[in-house]
Design a protein around this ligand. Sequence first.
Ligand code: PLP
Length: 467
Amino acid sequence: MEDGQERDDGLGLSGPVATAKLLHQVAARSAKYLTELDERPVAPTPAALAALATFDESMPEQGTEAAEVVRLLDEVGGPATMASAGGRYFGFVTGGALPAALAANWLAGGWDQNGFSRVSSPLAAALEGRAIAWLLELFGLPASGGGALVTGATMANFTALAAARHRVLEGAGWDVESRGLIGAPPIAVIVGEEAHATLFKALGLLGLGRDNVIRVPVDDQGRMRADALPAIPATAIVCLQAGNVNSGAFDPAAGIVGPAHAAGAWVHVDGAFGLWAAAAPERAELLTGFAEADSWAADAHKWLNVPYDCGIALVRQPRDLSAAMAMDAAYLLNERHGEPIDFSPESSRRMRGAEVWAALKCLGRDGLAELVERNCRHAARFAEGLRAAGHEVLNEVVLNQVLVSFGDDETTRRVIAAVQADGTCWCGGTVWRGRAAMRISVSSWATADEDVEKSLAAICRLAADIR
Ligand SMILES: Cc1ncc(COP(=O)(O)O)c(C=O)c1O
């Protein structure tokens, strides 16, 4: 169909030329959003939040032209976003979106591939396969391992622990995929006191129970104490953590994996952000012993800085994962060659491999190492600046996480609220060893030296006002 002759069905759902025009508009809008991000408050203003009431309408009877839909979304929705794509958002553990990864996300959106198999999308399967191979290499894990890209670390923990559950019960002569857990031999799940909340959710979803765990005491940084490990039975899953969400600390894997394996147990690693330290030679020592585990969970939407959502589940033996995830051999496909659907809890799924591949290809080993190291250097600078201003840094800053107290809990909470309202930067609150703390997580490619200095000055100014 030639330009100008496109069918317009009156619903704004016209042909490729109109789509192209719309996408150009969106590109301009998105570029404007990103270039102006530095100038706006990091958290949305009260006026921007109030405008969200625009979306409170009943289901429309009639359609709206696509350009108008996009305009509304951009002009009402955009200002109500958190500026987490910018350089001064330090909340939770949140990466930005690298330009190449964002562009890959746009391309993938246009392609609209179903990434469940080679048949539904040869490209999605190829890129996911390549991404998994590169990730195994980057993390120093065996090339014979396997895995899947999932929604985030919660699902990556779930996915890897499903493989663990399979193997441990198989060893006890029980086919859990077929028979379920009712009547199954008991599994001992061993976790550190400081395991991430989402790990317990994953355990609950797997029928292993959120509270049916043995909790190992931790030290003052939240690291599991190897000297406090219980006796480990063969039907056990030991969950280690690489990167405590508050302190950034790593469990002492070297002293735990050996005894766990000697007992016949499975060792899983929640390395949502900490696993990325393996990519930075100066931090890699933190990961001593973790590569000997049986499964690993990480997030690409954290330190690899790809758009949401993207988590990574990896296993030493791909067959443990496919035993847990594959369905009836004949389901949908005549032939199977290690299809994504056989390693993932999802069936139809988006093409996450495009963004992971693009980010890794664009950064290369050097670029990723520089990104991780720069964020860690910035975290150290925050700690140094806060201490110099008389504030108490509560953790050993070994990675990208900084915990700071501004005095008593009430004062700390007031400073956090003031920082969030001020808009120069955004940091969240947490509780660390019974004390209120502000947590600064430096995880974005977009954070530059000036962002750190500007944020530090704002935090210290606001804290001085309150104290
Ligand atoms: C150690 C750890 N595990 C799991 C998660 C959950 O990650 P997601 O929100 O991507 O599911 C996080 C998030 O911060 C984390 O830090």
